[in-house]
Design a protein around this ligand. Structure first.
Ligand SMILES: Nc1ncnc2c1ncn2[C@@H]1O[C@H](COP(=O)(O)OP(=O)(O)OP(=O)(O)O)[C@@H](O)[C@H]1O
Ligand SMILES: [Mg+2]
Length: 252
């Protein structure tokens, strides 16, 4: 059994519309952190949403394999039980459900069994400590009135409590101050282990100063056009995306 998240020759379109993904190939083994960068509209968020099982896209071709198992026919909650986690680009507000209740339900859904109050509380304590966060956040309603930074921090709290095997983080970076970016980095770095992998979608090289990725991929027009080490992110920061767009035209 291959311990990795694998995207194989994935073609997808908006239901009844334009083709967005045009043959994505990607392997993220456990134990590694990969970043996806690329210009606006390249299809990065679409890829993340499709991996999580968003039904608003039509898969035309290709496969998504988690530890060698095809997950294409699975509902989002089933994918979560297989160890996938997607932090949404725009987290939803759920008034009436406290943060702690939401987390406990999500953890039970993830594990497919009851989680004892003690076990849950211990996980929470550990995560709050890493994130340098106050317990008062737990009794607030999920995302209701949270600032951008609080939402982000909460997303990482979810990540740390749910302990997925494969986390997909779509970081717009927009409106996030440097402290919020550092929180994201702290959480991801605390999760790093031979049994954890992350795919981080980001525009800014800055984040990758704190989370050093094993591999950086560049997506342009629905495909991964080039991959490399952390130095690739530095090159993109310095030179922009024009040179990678050329790679699409020449097909090299
Ligand atoms: N549900 C949808 N309905 C209509 N168009 C969509 C939908 N989802 C994605 N698209 C279009 O698909 C293209 C890729 O969008 P996507 O959000 O995946 O890009 P991105 O690489 O994440 O961009 P950004 O860097 O701006 O976040 C865009 O042209 C977008 O408008
Ligand atoms: Mg996006």
């Amino acid at each position: 059994m291959a311990n990795q998240l694998e995207i194989r020759n994935l073609y997808a379109s908006i239901e009844g519309g334009e083709q967005i993904l045009k043959g994505v190939n990607l392997v993220v083994p456990r134990g590694q952190v990969h970043a996806i960068m690329g210009p606006n509209g390249a299809g990065k968020s679409t890829l993340g949403k499709i991996i999580a099982g968003d039904p608003s896209y039509t898969i035309e071709k290709g496969e998504i394999l988690v530890d060698g198992e095809n997950i294409m026919e699975m509902e989002p909650d089933e994918r979560a039980r297989k160890g996938l986690f997607l932090a949404f680009q725009y987290p939803v507000e759920v008034p009436g459900v406290t943060n702690a209740n939401f987390l406990r339900l999500a953890l039970q859904a993830r594990k497919g069994e009851e989680v004892s109050v003690m076990e849950f509380y211990n996980k929470l304590q550990k995560a709050l400590e890493v994130l340098e966060w106050d317990e008062s956040i737990l009794t607030r309603y999920l995302n209701d009135g949270f600032s951008g930074g609080e939402k982000k921090r909460n997303e990482i709290l979810q990540l740390m409590v749910l302990e997925p095997t494969y986390a997909i983080l779509d970081e717009t970076d927009s409106g996030l101050d440097i402290d919020a970016l550092k929180v994201v980095a702290k959480g991801v770095n605390a999760m790093r282990s031979p049994n954890f992998a992350a795919l981080i979608i980001t525009h800014y090289q800055r984040l990758l100063n704190y989370i050093i990725p094993d591999v950086v991929h560049v997506m342009v027009d629905g495909r991964i056009v080039t991959s490399g080490g952390p130095e690739l992110a530095l090159k993109l920061e310095a030179e922009g995306y024009e040179w990678v767009k050329e790679l699409v035209v020449t097909g090299s």
